[in-house]
Design a protein around this ligand. Sequence first.
Ligand code: FES
Length: 220
Amino acid sequence: MSLDLSEKRGEWVSFFQGEKCFGMINFSQAYFLVVKFRGFVLKRMEEKEMKVKPVMPFKGTKMQETKLMEIIHRHQDEPGALMPVLQEAQEVYGYLPIEVQTMIAEGLNLPLSEVYGVATFYSQFSLNPKGEHRISVCMGTACYVKGADKILEGLTERLGIGVGECTPDGLFSIDSTRCVGACGLAPVMMIDDDVYGRMTVEQLDEILDKYKEKYKTKKK
Ligand code: FES
């Protein structure tokens, strides 16, 4: 359900603790506070994501390395070569582990800190591998208000990984996303292209089991 601020503006929300009233703010102010708090939580999650150690060891192949060297040689004399090299390197490896960043830094004769800085600044780049099944939890305002953080917590408990990480077997990875345009179904979780609306923590086991089964059948 989307929030219609024009209807709600001017309504007053009271905060009580027991019998005592601590103050009154109008709906717009309350909404603003929720948005600010959500922004703070997201920022902390992103900071945590940057410090995350990859759960899966790097398994680059010789063929991938040869492709990366070709990419570097093709771009190395261009000004601003780093962005296109990172983009193409991510296409080759699926993500940008420190080993790949080091090869890029050496190939373009740049400090590793600069490569790392760009790779972590832009959200299009991922420093961790993605799972066979990519789980995204929408942390847009409507989903957040409806308890998307509880869904994330439930996933973390069940899979033993945090946002931006991949399970050691490579089956699942978790990401948080901005609004996916299905606010009426909040809170929303996606696994690959499947959308799960009005999610509850209780539904998680059954949903995850479905993908585990799919994976087992595929491996047979
Ligand atoms: S906030 Fe819009 S779909 Fe989650």
